[in-house]
Ligand binder design. Sequence first.
Ligand code: ZN
Length: 281
Amino acid sequence: MRIVNMAGRLGLLAGDAVIDVAEASNGLFSMDIQAVYHRWTEFRAWAVEAGGAAAKPLEEARLDSPVPQPGQVFAIGLNYLDHAEEAGLDVPTDSMVVFTKFSSSITGPFAEVELPPGSVDFEAELVVVMGKHAHRIDTGQAWDCVAGLTVGQDLSERDTQLRPPTPQFNMGKSFPGFAPMGPALVSADEFKDPDALAIGCALNGTPMQQSRTKLMIFPVAEIIARLSAIVTLKPGDVIFTGTPAGIGFAREPKVLLKPGDELVTSIEGIGSIRTRFRGGS
Ligand code: ZN
């Protein structure tokens, strides 16, 4: 199952068409995509039976994030071996690096983002969306708590992020538009192996990151187990799962995003998002 947020309304994808869920369900489910994660099991059962009534053509330009207002946004740092090495940092083995992107940084899959002053970099990431409450969940139960997966960019202004005396990941990664997501939320059962997906991004057509999610140090189930050992995860919460090697800041010379750049981020089985950048006003 694939769902989208088109023009602010929850839609169920059927090929190239979008079934308007509020209309097709006669109001059983509302147009609010964020609300559907609280009724995920019920919604999935309905979606299997849903017909093509109230279908409209998919319009990319009208797509917004499939999770526009999560209660919590988690992000995992240094979760690919090659990225930890390029960052010159110790590989985490026991302690998982966790930070947040404040939810006001969320934007849609085909957004234009204003570049703040500083050193703005890209991080292609698999994004997990929760479909159940999860507290003290073990790895064997973790995927049952997942609604689905989407494509994300953990855009990062490195000067703010790394400025002494202590790093400020939360601030450096939360400028407006710094969390583009989409184009669709794809339920986990759509993947042959949701732990082994090709992931990458290209800047102005040049590939910058190319990896596979099976190279994560802490795979999705382990992330959920470790987060939920402390925090209660709620339906509609979002987890950015870390980025592989190839970020701009680790290159020689550094590659920083500049006005006019176009960044395309893709994950196998989900699709691509495209982010364009402009200068500050
Ligand atoms: Zn990241």
